[in-house]
Design a protein around this ligand. Sequence first.
Ligand SMILES: [Zn+2]
Length: 291
Amino acid sequence: MNDYLAKAYAFDGRVRLYAARTTGVVHEAQKIHDLWPTSATAFGRLLTGSLIMGAMYKDDQELTIRVESNGPIEGMVTTTNARGEVRGYVGNPHLYFKNKEGKLNVSHAVGEGNIHVTKDVKVRDFFTSTSRIQTGEIAEDLAYYFTVSEQIPSAVALGEKINDDNTIALAGGFILQRMPGCPEETIALIETRLKTLKPVSQMLEENYTPEDIIDAITEGDHRILHKLDLSYHCDCNREKFERGLISLGEKQLHEMKEQDKKIDTVCHFCKTTYTFNEEEIDLLIKETNKT
Ligand SMILES: [Zn+2]
């Protein structure tokens, strides 16, 4: 099954609901960043949450989420857009530890700190809002962000399953948001449904599609608005890195050239290496004189 997201209006149109299956995206991220299970779980949840949040925006608008915390994961960053593309990186990809119950200890990996959400709506300046990390489990932290920073009461559930060989087997999640004027009885009904709902990891294991997840929450009282394919995608290219190197200035480029006879630049998001040899560095130095 390909990764995709479904968006629906539910509960008589009083609730917006997004559900996603992101196994391939998280698997790709694990390959690129060589993620060990605890890092893969934490980062996978952030990737899934980001993709769903990205789907709340339009066209080429971008959303960057930075987890800035004191845990051993040393922070995480994701950038996503409304086209279902996400990329990101994680401070420490090599974490693997469990809590007393034998579960991967994401909360400890993340630690305490803040989540910064930056919106680039391509018309004005960036807009960043910050909220405190609550549990470090990511889902609760994003729910808190929505409820406090955006004043949209939200429930967020993110889940995954890891294979015995430590690769990601399944990933996905959902975000449910109450619209203004949602009646008390609907709120109570939603709370009951969420309490009795199977965990996301179990639904994924039982091959639930995003529509099935929506159906399980709403018991049929919904209308699917659209679906969106999801992918791990980095839009870096050689020109971007050329511009970055040119901005370092002539002196530093000379020093780098003398030292190594070449420059290797690596994209944080996709680990692609762009190498510049001596002649190419000379061309970059010429460019610094033009600006
Ligand atoms: Zn890249």
